[in-house]
Design a protein around this ligand. Structure first.
Ligand code: PGA
Length: 249
């Protein structure tokens, strides 16, 4: 696991956008695994800027998002479909037919989950997966539990996750209780993983990711077994690590 520490959120976002852009330059028809949440918003802004300055062309890229709330339609402003349109897809040239996000409004959840994993496999797997991390060390919506889930599946969201995400909704009651998420197995199959974290609230989860026992109770700890994972952190998220754990940018 490689760890890069940046001085602040802006630098973290810049570094992350550069990594995505290098991947696209090396392989224009690459498959990107994308994440939602507050953390990657800065990276998406930089990618949009790069696109506007003609420094990146996403016309051949395929994307798969990590997760979606169950029960929200695509045009619901709190859905991750809406988030991705708003922060990235409305502003760049990814072809709509190459954008994939689990359908949270599906009538058959099992089929939707199986279909999603099949689509990823058919696209030859994910070249680089972007991850955020929950305060409880979840990745995607893989919450702490007693076993790792392999494939895309439905999860019951932790109270702490619903409370953390309530800031995007009018009330806590409106935050969905379930979501569809790629499993940790699906995530681990990605050829490269880039996890972003910013702020002191993430410091404990980051420490456990790097130094904790690998356990489904700390879902992100499974990344210790992945051969090509990079953590890009700001100083606050890295504050419980020791200087010898990382490289400073
Ligand atoms: P955040 O969420 O980026 O909004 O902190 C990250 C996550 O829950 O994975």
């Amino acid at each position: 696991m490689r760890i890069l520490v940046c001085k602040d959120y802006d630098e973290m976002s810049q570094k992350a956008a550069q990594m995505i852009s290098s991947q696209v330059m090396l392989k224009p028809d690459c498959v990107l695994g994308l994440a939602t949440g507050s953390t990657p918003i800065g990276m998406y802004k930089k990618l949009v800027q790069m696109y506007q300055e003609k420094m990146i062309d996403l016309s051949e890229v395929t994307t798969f998002n990590l997760d979606e709330y169950l029960g929200l339609s695509k045009d619901n402003e709190q859905s991750y479909h809406y988030f991705m349109q708003n922060h990235l897809f409305d502003h760049v040239n990814v072809k709509p037919r190459r954008i994939h996000i689990p359908n949270g409004n599906t009538e058959n959840v099992d089929d939707e989950c199986n279909f999603y994993d099949q689509l990823i496999a058919k696209s030859n797997g994910i070249d680089i997966q972007v991850l955020g991390i929950g305060n409880n060390a979840h990745i995607g919506f893989n919450e702490p539990q007693i076993s790792f889930e392999k494939g895309t599946h439905v999860v019951e969201l932790d109270d702490s996750t619903r409370e953390a995400n309530a800031r995007f909704f009018e009330t806590l009651d409106e935050v969905p209780k379930q979501a569809i998420t790629m499993g940790t197995g699906t995530i681990l199959k990605s050829r490269k993983i880039m996890l972003l974290a910013s702020g002191r609230a993430k410091a404990k989860a980051i420490y456990d990711t790097v130094h904790g026992h690998v356990s489904p109770e700390v879902p992100s700890s499974i990344l210790q077994f992945h051969p090509d994972t990079v953590l890009i952190l700001d100083e606050e998220a890295a504050s419980l690590l020791s200087e010898k754990d990382y490289k400073r940018l």
